[in-house]
Design a protein around this ligand. Structure first.
Ligand code: P6P
Length: 339
C-alpha cells in the first residue's frame, strides 16, 4: 500500500467533505501531533517517573494519574494552537475550557477524553485518546456557553480515537467512512493502514464486566445471558473478551465484529446511568461505529439522538455489530414493557 498520510487522505481520498477547508485540517494536524507526543510518554512510562498518581481527583471522582494530566495538558495546549476552536472540553476538567482571547479562534468545538483506561497503563494494557468535534451552533460573538456545546451526537462533524497499543493507531471519521492510520515510528507519521473499516453485521465476541451481574436489572441479565447461550439452532458461540479499557475493547470489536456493553448498574450511585460519558466517549464511538455499519444505543435509544443536559453526563452504552445491538434492544424493550 502506498504511504498515505492522514492529511493527504483527508484532502485527496475522501469525498469532497466540508472538512477540506483547511481549518479542520489544522485541527486534525494538532490532534495528530498530540497523539505522537502522548505516544512517546506512554511508551516509556515504565522507564521514567511518570507512572502513578498525582494525588488529585478529577471531576469524575477518579484519581488523576500523572499520564492523564500530561496527556490533558498536551491536548489543551496543542489544540488551542490550531487557531480554529472556540471551546474545548476534557473528561479531566469540570468546566468548559474557553480559548484565550489573545489566541486565534474559530467555530470548532472539541471534546475529548485525554487518556481513557489509564488505570491499566501500569499493566501495559492498551489505552486511548477519544475525541469528538462539533461546530458552534450560534455564530454570535458572545462568549461560548454550554448551550453551544451540549449538542446531540448526530451533529458531530468528526470523531476518532488514538489507541496506544502494540502499535499506535488513529481511527477517525468525518462522516465519509472510517479510516485507520498506523504510526510508523521510522518516519514519525500515521500512515493509512485500514481504509474504509466496516464492522461485521454480527460478531462472535461480547464484552461486558460480568462481575457486576448482581447489580444489573433483569433485562440486562437476560441480554448478557443470550450471548452465553444464543439461539440453540444457530450453533453460534460467542467468546467473552473484556479488557477493561474502552478504546481497546471497542477497537477489537470494530475490526473483528462483536458487542461491548457497559449497562446501568446499582453498584455505584454515580453509575446508575452507566459509567461511560456521553459526550467524550459514547458519542464519538457511536459516530465511528455507525459510519462502519454498526449501531450504538443506550440499550434502547440511538446514542447519537440523545440530547445532552450536562457536560459530563453518563449513559449506558451498547455498541458494536448491528444484529448483536438489536438483540440486546429486544431484551431491553421487553424489560421496559414489563415494567
Ligand atoms: P470497569 C476505564 O476506567 C473505563 O473508563 C473504560 O476505559 C472501561 O471500559 C471501563 O472504565 C471499565 O470499567 O467498571 O469494568 O472497571
Amino acid at each position: 500500500m502506498p504511504q498515505i498520510t492522514v492529511i493527504e487522505h483527508l484532502l485527496y481520498h475522501q469525498k469532497e467533505s466540508p472538512m477540506a477547508t483547511g481549518r479542520f485540517t489544522r485541527l486534525l494536524s494538532e490532534m495528530i501531533l498530540s497523539g505522537k507526543i502522548i505516544n512517546q510518554e506512554v511508551n516509556k512510562a515504565g522507564l521514567v517517573e511518570i507512572l502513578g498518581l498525582t494525588g488529585e481527583t478529577n471531576i469524575q471522582g477518579e484519581k488523576v494519574r500523572k499520564l492523564d494530566e500530561f496527556a490533558n495538558q498536551v491536548l489543551v495546549h496543542r489544540l488551542q494552537q490550531a487557531g480554529v476552536l472556540c471551546a474545548l472540553a476534557s473528561e479531566e476538567n469540570a468546566d468548559l475550557i474557553l480559548v484565550p482571547e489573545d489566541c486565534p479562534r474559530g467555530d470548532y468545538i472539541i471534546i475529548f477524553d485525554p487518556l481513557d483506561g489509564s488505570s491499566n497503563i501500569d499493566a501495559n494494557v492498551s489505552i486511548g485518546t477519544i475525541f469528538s468535534i462539533f461546530r458552534r451552533i450560534s455564530t454570535g460573538e458572545e462568549p461560548v456557553t454550554l448551550n453551544d456545546v451540549l449538542q446531540k451526537g448526530a451533529r458531530q462533524v468528526a470523531a476518532g480515537y488514538i489507541i496506544y497499543g502494540s502499535s499506535t493507531m488513529l481511527v477517525y471519521t468525518t462522516g465519509n467512512g472510517v479510516h485507520g492510520f498506523t504510526l510508523d515510528p521510522s518516519v514519525g507519521e500515521f500512515l493509512l493502514s485500514h481504509p474504509d473499516i466496516k464492522i461485521p453485521e454480527r460478531g462472535k465476541i461480547y464484552s461486558v464486566n460480568e462481575g457486576y451481574w448482581h447489580y444489573w436489572d433483569q433485562a440486562t441479565r437476560n441480554a448478557v445471558d443470550y450471548f452465553k447461550n444464543p439461539d440453540n439452532d444457530s450453533k453460534r458461540v460467542y467468546r467473552s473478551r473484556y479488557i477493561g479499557s474502552l478504546v481497546a475493547d471497542f477497537h477489537r470489536n470494530l475490526l473483528y465484529g462483536g458487542i461491548f456493553l457497559y449497562p446501568a448498574d446499582t453498584k455505584d450511585p454515580a453509575c446508575s446511568h452507566g459509567k461511560l460519558r456521553l459526550m467524550c466517549e459514547a458519542n464519538p464511538l457511536a459516530m465511528i461505529v455507525e459510519q462502519a455499519g454498526g449501531m450504538a444505543t443506550d440499550g434502547i435509544n440511538r446514542i447519537l439522538d440523545l440530547q445532552p443536559k450536562e457536560l459530563h453526563e453518563r449513559v449506558p452504552l451498547v455498541i458494536g455489530s448491528k444484529l448483536d445491538v438489536l438483540q440486546v434492544e429486544k431484551f431491553m424493550r421487553a424489560g421496559a414493557a414489563s415494567g
